[in-house]
Design a protein around this ligand. Structure first.
Ligand SMILES: Cc1cc2nc3c(=O)[nH]c(=O)nc-3n(C[C@H](O)[C@H](O)[C@H](O)COP(=O)(O)O)c2cc1C
Length: 235
C-alpha cells in the first residue's frame, strides 16, 4: 500500500493531490489517503509527555493513532504539499508536530518516500527540502522529489511513478543517504543506552521502547539489515 499524505485543503481540486495519485497509479500499487485538513487532528499542546512516554497523551482523542497505523503498514509514503506563504500548509504542519515521537523513532524504515511540492512560483525548493527532511526524520528512503510550479516541473508523475515502482521491487535497494545513516546510528546508540534503564525509569524511556518494541529498529545496528527486514513486513 502507498500512503499519500497531502497537505492541501483543496480536496479533489488539489494539484498536489492529483500529482500524488498519478504517481501511485504509475507505480501500480493501491493507495490510501490522509489529508490533514479533512482529518480530525488537533494541534500539539506542547505538554511534552510524548518525549517521556513515546505516546501522545491525546492520541485517543482524535485520529492520530489511525494515521500512525497507516504509516506502519505503508510500503511507500508520498508526502505532498502546496507552498503557502513560503512554507508548508498549516494543516500539514499540525500533523507533523503531533508526530513528534515518530520524528525521532523512524517508523518508516524500510519504506520508500516521494515528495511532491507545488507552488505558483516561489519557495518550492525550500518546502521540498523540508518535506524530504521530514521523510528522513520518519526513516523513509526518498527515491524521487517532484517540484511543480506554473512554469516548470522537476519530474513528471510518470517518471516519479516509474522510479517508485522500481524502488518497490523486492530485491531493489535505494541507496541510504549519509544523513539517514548518521541519524540512525545516533538514535540507535541513544535508545540502546536508554533501553537498558527501562526497568529502573520506565516512565522516561518511552521513545526507546517505541524504537525497540513497537518498530523493531533495535534488531541490528546495521541500517541496511533493518531496512531489509522492515521492508519485508510492509504490505
Ligand atoms: C494561502 C495561500 C498561500 C500561497 N502562498 C504561495 C507562496 O508563498 N508561493 C507560491 O509560489 N505559491 C503560493 N500559493 C499558491 C499555491 O502554492 C499553488 O497554487 C499550489 O499549486 C496549490 O496547490 P494545490 O492545488 O495542491 O492546493 C499560495 C496559495 C494560497 C491559497
Amino acid at each position: 500500500m502507498i500512503l499519500i499524505i497531502c497537505g492541501s485543503p483543496r480536496g479533489d481540486r488539489s494539484i498536489s493531490l492529483k500529482t500524488a495519485q498519478a504517481i501511485a497509479e504509475y507505480a501500480g500499487e493501491p493507495y490510501e489517503l490522509v489529508t490533514p485538513g479533512s482529518t480530525h487532528i488537533e494541534p500539539c499542546r506542547g505538554c511534552m509527555s510524548c518525549f517521556a512516554t513515546g505516546h501522545c497523551a491525546y492520541e485517543d482523542e482524535d485520529d492520530l493513532r489511525a494515521v500512525i497505523d497507516k504509516m506502519l503498514r505503508a510500503r511507500a509514503v508520498i508526502l505532498a504539499c502546496p507552498v503557502y506563504a513560503g512554507g508548508v500548509t498549516g494543516q500539514l504542519k499540525i500533523l507533523i508536530d503531533r508526530l513528534s515521537t515518530q520524528c525521532h523513532t523512524m517508523p518508516l524504515l524500510g519504506c520508500i518516500g516521494i515528495t511532491v511540492t507545488t507552488a505558483d512560483s516561489n519557495h518550492v525548493q525550500y518546502v521540498d527540502d523540508y518535506l524530504a527532511e521530514v521523510l528522513g526524520f520518519w526513516g523513509a528512503l526518498t527515491a524521487a522529489r517532484v517540484r511543480i510550479t506554473k512554469t516548470s516541473s522537476s519530474l513528471t508523475a510518470e517518471e516519479a511513478g516509474t522510479i517508485l515502482k522500481n524502488a518497490l521491487l523486492a530485491d531493489s535497494c535505494v541507496p541510504v543517504s549519509e544523513q539517514l545513516r548518521s541519524s540512525f546510528a545516533a538514535a540507535s546508540k541513544r535508545y540502546r543506552a536508554l533501553y537498558r534503564m527501562k526497568d529502573v525509569i520506565p516512565n522516561l524511556v518511552g521513545e526507546a521502547t517505541v524504537w525497540f518494541d513497537e518498530y523493531g529498529n533495535g534488531r541490528s545496528e546495521n541500517i541496511e539489515e533493518i531496512i531489509k527486514s522492515r521492508k519485508s513486513e510492509r504490505r
